[in-house]
Design a binder for this molecule. Structure first.
Ligand SMILES: Cc1ncc(COP(=O)(O)O)c(C=O)c1O
Length: 373
């Protein structure tokens, strides 16, 4: 009898990425520690240049985290109290939080059944004379339907700010996430495809005036020391995080290719498993598989069984925005966004990260098969 206990498989294993860049990061940290340029040092400016070029846009402004990036991108577009901003109900709560913090009201739209992205056919009915912007979310690693969103925005004179927190490197029709809207907000939370060693975020944009406004907004309302023409915030990307992000950006395409290979293998393995709905890629999209989200019946029981067997599965996200306590004031009830609600009860994220092995994936899927009962 084989008494070996198989090691757990985490939802995300960041140690593999770290091992690859450890020397480069150590040398970069040493450079920053010696220079003392901790805030907005050269590695931030270099990273901003490199990430703008990578995203195919003119400018990138590093900020403290992804939520700030959403808030500040909207503020830079002049959005504030009295305005309404359309967002999907199926997203991480920070999309709504970023909108709320500008003083504007988030207006929710359900997602489509297949991809769980904002459903463009439901956007127009939510537009009022107060609507100023749409924030489509490139959820799980693939772009929202941008042609449809941009068309609606153009017809109604709305600004589009992409929430690109989960989509670094993803493309639609050959164009990278972040290059579609007036601007795009992204997060470098450690588990993201491009993750820092702590919090971080950025706004990318082709609009020079938006980028210039962001330079002040992130730095107490001004770019000249002790001159504060506007109300601002303290939301800057750390120089140490700039070092990490530069090292990771150089490897991002390779790591995304590994995620893609892992997603292809899951698709193959799951094809044999009735009762599991595998995720799919929208036509025209190059998905970067930030998360691999399947759907199953009796999800909570299946999740508990997987976790008990050492498989780090999770849920992204168990409660849609409109049913969160913080958004009670929007006046929604259960049933208002049926697709998002039904998905929330069935979705299950399987481990995926650069470096996950075919053996590990086979174990995940065979444990999933056992857990289905
Ligand atoms: C879709 C989405 N939007 C916004 C955020 C907020 O980013 P942060 O955690 O860096 O504030 C995240 C990540 O956490 C996210 O996944």
């Amino acid at each position: 009898m084989d008494t070996t206990i198989a090691p757990p498989i985490p939802l995300v294993d960041l140690s593999l990425q770290h091992a690859e860049i450890a020397d480069e990061v150590a040398a970069g940290f040493e450079r920053v520690l010696t220079s003392g340029a901790f805030v907005l040092g050269p590695d931030v400016a270099e990273f901003e240049r490199e990430f703008a070029a990578y995203s195919g846009v003119a400018r990138c402004v590093g900020v403290g985290n992804g939520t700030d990036a959403i808030e500040l991108a909207l503020r830079a577009a002049g959005i504030g109290p009295g305005d309404e901003v359309i967002i999907p109900a199926n997203t991480f709560v920070a999309t709504a939080g970023g909108v709320m913090r500008t003083g504007a009201t988030p207006v929710l739209v359900d997602c489509d059944r297949q991809f769980l992205l904002i459903d463009p056919t439901q956007i127009e009915q939510r537009i009022t004379e107060r609507t100023r912007a749409i924030v489509p979310v490139h959820l799980y690693g693939q772009l929202a339907p941008m042609a449809e969103v941009l068309d609606i925005a153009a017809r109604h004179g709305l600004v589009v700010v992409e929430d690109a927190a989960q989509s670094q490197g993803a493309e639609q029709d050959g164009k990278r996430a972040g290059a579609f809207g007036q601007s795009a907000a992204t997060s470098f939370y450690p588990g993201k495809n491009l993750g820092a060693y702590g919090d971080g975020g950025a706004v990318v944009t082709n609009a020079e005036d938006v980028a210039d406004a962001l330079l002040g907004l992130r730095n107490h309302g001004g770019t000249v020391k002790y001159q504060h023409p506007e109300l601002g915030f303290n939301s800057r990307l750390d120089t140490l995080q700039g070092v990490v992000l530069r090292a990771k950006l150089r490897r991002l395409d390779g790591w995304n290719a590994q995620r893609r290979a892992a997603a292809d293998l899951y698709a193959e393995l799951l094809a044999e498993l009735p009762g599991v709905e595998a995720p799919s890629e929208r036509p025209g999209n190059a998905h970067v598989w930030h998360l691999y989200v399947v759907r199953v019946a009796e999800r909570d029981r299946v999740l508990a069984a997987l976790n008990a067997a050492g498989i780090g599965a999770g849920i992204h996200y168990p409660v849609p925005v409109h049913l969160q306590g913080a958004y009670r004031h929007l006046g929604h009830v259960s049933g208002d966004f049926p697709v998002a609600e039904q998905a929330a009860g069935r979705i299950l994220s399987l481990p995926i990260y650069p470096g996950i092995t075919p053996d590990q994936q086979q174990r995940v899927v065979s444990q999933l098969a056992d857990s289905l009962g």
